[in-house]
Design a binder for this molecule. Structure first.
Ligand SMILES: Nc1ncnc2c1ncn2[C@@H]1O[C@H](COP(=O)(O)OP(=O)(O)OP(=O)(O)O)[C@@H](O)[C@H]1O
Ligand SMILES: [Mg+2]
Length: 253
């Protein structure tokens, strides 16, 4: 079966002139280099890496918020570079690090965004919105009609997760989706998320700094360092790895 995501030799070099040291804007700097991995149905690849190691950039290269300068991305077997960008993005649920809700749309409208683009009928959208808000621990009767500025940071983040799940995309990219949550809510959402993983069987790339979260949710762990994937393996292999960056993460946990 074709995996939902295949990444082969992916690279990103900043466009524009000149390295910073020479007074330029950093053009030519290598941000991501030679990444290759595949994520199968029901698999969650957790990307661990220090701040600035290229995790967010990798997700943006997959959904073409940034255009790769090397390598290929295939989503369900089709080359991402050859798909119209809107079609590509509707197949990919994306939770961005800074949430990115539309401020002028209510919670319900934000969550229902892609189903509406997909022209689901209104009753089905409303039911889906209620279902998902409940899943992420937000009472639909309280929150559906609110606007993003009327929510706490953690509540906004949960709406972001609900929105990414709304149309059951075969591929989910999640960038620190639980980063702004208190530890108790975070553990609750991690549990909900595990249940969702088992139920939906989507392919996910899940970025986190939190090793415990990574080991809980990942079927495989990828460790990024300075734009490269320096480790890729099962959680068990990660725990046993002698790779220095893996040891550093395990030591900090
Ligand atoms: N437009 C840009 N111009 C210059 N440098 C950039 C640009 N975008 C990203 N970078 C650099 O690329 C590197 C990787 O950034 P990226 O956002 O992918 O890191 P990250 O692993 O997601 O970090 P964090 O854990 O802090 O979110 C960083 O050093 C960042 O400063
Ligand atoms: Mg990031």
């Amino acid at each position: 079966m074709t995996p939902p995501l295949e990444v082969d030799g992916l690279g990103y070099v900043l466009p524009g002139p000149g390295p910073r040291a020479a007074g330029g804007r950093g053009g030519g700097s290598v941000i991501v280099q030679d990444l290759s991995f595949a994520v199968g149905v029901g698999e969650t690849l957790v990307l661990l890496g220090r701040s600035g190691s290229g995790k967010t950039t990798t997700l943006k290269l997959i959904n073409r918020l940034l255009e790769p300068t090397a390598g290929t991305v295939r989503v369900a077997g089709e080359r991402a570079a050859e798909l119209p960008v809107t079609r590509l993005r509707r197949r990919i649920g994306y939770v961005i690090q800074e949430v990115g809700l539309f401020p002028h749309l209510s919670v319900a409208r934000n969550v229902g965004l892609v189903p509406r683009l997909e022209q689901w009928e209104e009753g089905r959208i409303a039911a889906r919105v209620r279902e998902l808000l409940t899943v992420v621990g937000l009472d639909p009767d309280v929150f559906a009609t609110r606007y993003p500025h009327e929510l706490s940071g953690g509540q906004r983040q949960r709406v972001g997760v609900a929105r990414a799940l709304a149309a059951d995309p075969p591929l989910l990219l999640l960038d620190e989706p639980f980063g702004a949550l208190d530890p108790i809510t975070r553990v609750e959402l991690q549990r909900e998320f595990q249940a969702l993983q088992r139920r939906l069987g989507q392919a996910m790339v899940f970025v986190t700094h939190d090793v415990r979260e990574g080991l809980l949710l990942g079927t495989r762990i990828g460790v990024m360092q300075a734009g490269r994937l320096v480790f890729l393996g099962t959680p068990e292999q990660f725990r046993d790895s002698e790779q220095p960056e893996c040891r550093a993460f395990l030591g900090a946990a």
